[in-house]
Ligand binder design. Structure first.
Ligand code: IPE
Ligand code: IPE
Ligand code: MG
Length: 250
């Protein structure tokens, strides 16, 4: 998280870390006269494509928002079909991801998930733990506010036990307690599905991310759309509060 200050004006035109809000599965299905679950199913192909493209373009970290803390409020039938789909996708995809040297990690309130899914997640993380290629993080039962509250509890506990002084609480200490600790902040956030909002994704980590929105619905996301986002990113000057002249003189 201390990335911006450590490397203030990294001029790399390829983002190190891309985060994606994969939205629009339900509307895609509706437009085809299919049930919403068919949209989620079709979205798996787009997930595969986004992972392949990220690896090919030299992106180091890809973080995907698969299920939010608020998505538990959807009709039970939709939630259970999503959970079944996650189990199935893990069963089908993990070997291939492993062959491609992808390192998988899940973040969120994973204790809220069913045991079968939790076990699959643990196995996938273990299997790929030593891989050195793309680092793929999947946010499941995740909420940005939940993440901040959990970090606050951890900080408060350290203060209570005398391991941390209140005056020593700073950006780095706080970020170290968040789910994405150890990862640089996302350089680029992509959201498909036409909405221009964060929907409680990485509230802390997105502070200085470039934001790119598209009307394309998630099941139609492919390498060409990903490249549009990367092209937008490569044209951005990231100032982190400095002036444009300061950035150019580095
Ligand atoms: C995103 O697509 C997938 C999840 C939130 C799990 P949606 O299911 O939100 O699709 P729309 O936004 O209703 O079209
Ligand atoms: C955000 O999409 C969550 C995921 C993509 C997993 P939503 O469809 O839940 O967001 P809102 O409700 O439109 O803000
Ligand atoms: Mg949606």
């Amino acid at each position: 998280m201390s990335e911006p200050s450590a490397k203030p004006f990294s001029d790399s035109s390829v983002p190190r870390h891309v985060a994606i809000i994969m939205d629009g599965n339900g509307r895609w299905a509706n437009s085809k006269g299919k049930p919403r679950r068919a949209g989620h199913r079709a979205g798996v192909k787009a997930v595969r494509s986004s992972i392949e493209t990220a690896a090919q373009r030299g992106i180091e970290f890809l973080t995907l928002f698969a299920f939010s803390s608020e998505n538990w409020s959807r009709p039970e039938e939709e939630v259970s079909s999503l959970m079944n789909l996650f189990v199935e996708a893990l069963r089908r995809e993990v070997d291939e991801l492993h062959r491609n040297n992808v390192k998988l990690k899940f973040v969120g309130a994973l204790n809220e998930l069913a045991t079968g899914l939790k076990n699959k997640i643990a196995l996938a993380e273990d299997k790929t733990a030593n891989n050195t290629g793309l680092s793929l993080t999947v946010a499941m039962a995740y909420g940005g506010r939940w993440d901040i509250i959990e970090a606050t509890k951890a900080i408060a506990a350290r203060v209570a036990e005398g391991a941390l002084r209140i005056d020593d609480i700073n950006d780095a200490e706080f970020a170290a307690q968040l789910e994405l600790s150890g990862l640089p902040d996302p350089d680029l956030l992509i959201r498909t599905g036409g909405e221009q909002r964060i929907s409680n994704f990485l509230l802390w980590n997105l502070a200085y991310s470039e934001l790119w929105f598209t009307d394309v619905l998630w099941p139609e996301f492919d390498a060409a759309i990903f490249d549009q986002a990367l092209s937008y990113y490569s044209g951005k000057q990231r100032r982190f509060g400095h002036t444009g002249d300061q950035v150019e003189s580095v």
